[in-house]
Write a new protein. Structure first.
Length: 463
């Protein structure tokens, strides 16, 4: 059984086939058609919150385009993996050159283009380039302040030096763009289908300054004919980055619109479908199948779907929780009960509401108080079907009773709802569940310390 997954594998022959567990084929095909028909240069922003499968989708799109007749040459650039560089231009150019070398013809002209790209990229000044790019993207930044700082630090003896340096830098950029355009055009002579598609991923995980600098370079250095960019972003996080770089008064949304010609939203993944895929990937399906305890798998799926919905768990959070379940499963003998519902309740509490988890698992917080705190923090609970939410509420109470004094809040609440077990009384739905669970139906009552110890040994942290 696994408890740490690698990135989901993509079928190279059919990237939107059976391996497409998030069911994004329709959106992928539509986006591919758009990329093939827009007039380059064109920059598309693929917006979706962190942890919703953007990277997987980007890799699917790249493979899908490469599989087309006279395949599209594609570049994948992980911005986060290169943000230790002081300037993104060298790393970005290097990735493009690799693809140009692999896909273009090997003639003398193309070799000349590639060598010239390397030389020009290396010459571009890291001191004047930011100034030039900010001038080109003026309106959201203070160019005068940049010039004042430049002059004040002694880098230019006079304003005329600044003007000459600016003109030289601008000419160098134009030379770079002409060379890049010629190298890309060469791909078509080698039976490749243009445009060149450049995927920029993980922008929202970068240092704010690096993310903004990369966008500026994409817009003003690499905007050449026959190039389409697809930038996967979390827009809200990028706007925060902009504010941290240029100040809280910056019109972040307006600034981003300067870079993107079109913004599209990645469709939300099917949560239950992804949960099923995780069960298979972690080996939990075989775990439940080979055990001697009934009803666990059904209870597990029902609880996972409900709890991930309550906490609005994204894909990474679901994987995080399933990893902890897999570790707990490895510690559970085949003839011992896993308590899947209670296990998932506590894992999700620890991941999403760690303070509440610690108060419940190790402190004096009762099951009743914990449930009320959850309802207050997540109003969606009040709208759930009683048959869905009452088992969770009942197990929180029963599990805490197992380690509580007779006069604890949960014991008193239990007595109030259940009454004397020897007497036949009309009970609420919660009272019925409490009575059943206390008698060990459908399995013995959950032992809090038994479950908590497994979670703590898994060393799962909050998300």
């Amino acid at each position: 059984m696994k408890f740490k997954l690698k990135q989901f594998e993509i079928d190279k022959d059919d990237p939107f086939g059976p391996s497409d567990i998030l069911n994004r084929k329709a959106q992928g095909e539509a986006l591919a058609n758009l990329i093939q028909n827009v007039e380059p240069p064109f920059v598309i922003a693929l917006n979706s919150p962190w942890g919703t499968g953007k990277t997987t989708f980007v890799h699917q799109m790249k493979q899908y385009l490469e599989n087309q007749d006279h395949c599209h040459p594609c570049v994948y650039f992980n911005a986060w993996e290169t943000d230790y560089h002081s300037d993104p231009i060298i790393a970005f150019t290097s990735e493009i050159i690799d693809v140009l070398s692999e896909n273009g013809n090997s003639g003398a002209e193309q070799k000349k283009n590639i060598e010239k790209l390397k030389e020009t990229a290396g010459k571009i000044s890291q001191r004047l380039l930011p100034l030039l790019l900010k001038f080109l993207t003026r309106g959201a930044i203070d160019l005068d302040k940049e010039i004042e700082d430049f002059l004040a630090d002694g880098a230019a003896a006079a304003a005329s030096e600044l003007v000459d340096a600016y003109k030289g830098e601008k000419d160098l950029l134009e030379e770079f763009k002409r060379t890049l355009g010629a190298a890309i055009d060469n791909l078509e002579t080698n039976c490749k289908r243009l445009p060149l598609v450049i995927f920029v991923d993980e922008l929202d995980r970068c240092r704010p300054t690096y993310a903004i600098e990369l966008l500026e370079r994409i817009k003003h250095i690499f905007d050449v004919d026959n190039v389409v960019f697809l930038c996967s972003i979390e827009k809200q996080q990028l706007m925060v980055s902009l504010s941290s770089v240029y100040g809280s008064g910056t019109n972040s949304n307006g600034y981003l619109k300067r870079f993107f010609d079109l913004e599209i939203t990645l469709q939300r993944p099917n949560r239950s479908q992804f949960t099923g895929a995780l069960v298979q990937k972690f080996g939990l399906a075989n775990f439940f199948k080979n055990r001697k305890v009934d009803l666990e798998l059904e209870e597990f799926f029902e609880s996972a779907g409900l709890l991930f919905s309550i906490f609005d768990a994204d894909l990474r959070a679901q994987e995080h929780c399933m990893s902890a379940v897999a570790v707990a499963a490895l510690m559970t003998p085949e003839n011992q009960y896993l308590f899947p519902r209670m296990l998932l309740v506590l894992i999700t509490l620890k991941v999403f509401v760690p303070d509440l988890y610690h108060k419940y698992a190790f402190g004096d917080a009762s099951g009743k108080a914990t449930w009320e705190a959850l309802k207050e923090k997540y109003p969606i609970i009040s709208n759930l079907n009683e048959d869905d939410k009452i088992p969770i509420q009942a197990e929180l109470i029963i599990a805490k009773m197992a380690r509580s004094a007779i006069q604890s809040e949960d014991n008193q609440y239990y007595t109030e709802l259940v009454g004397n077990p020897r007497e036949e009384v009309e009970r609420t739905r919660l009272g019925e569940y409490l009575a059943l669970f206390s008698r060990g139906y459908p399995t013995r009552r959950p032992q809090l310390s038994y479950i908590v110890n497994k979670i703590e040994l898994s060393d799962i942290s909050d998300y």
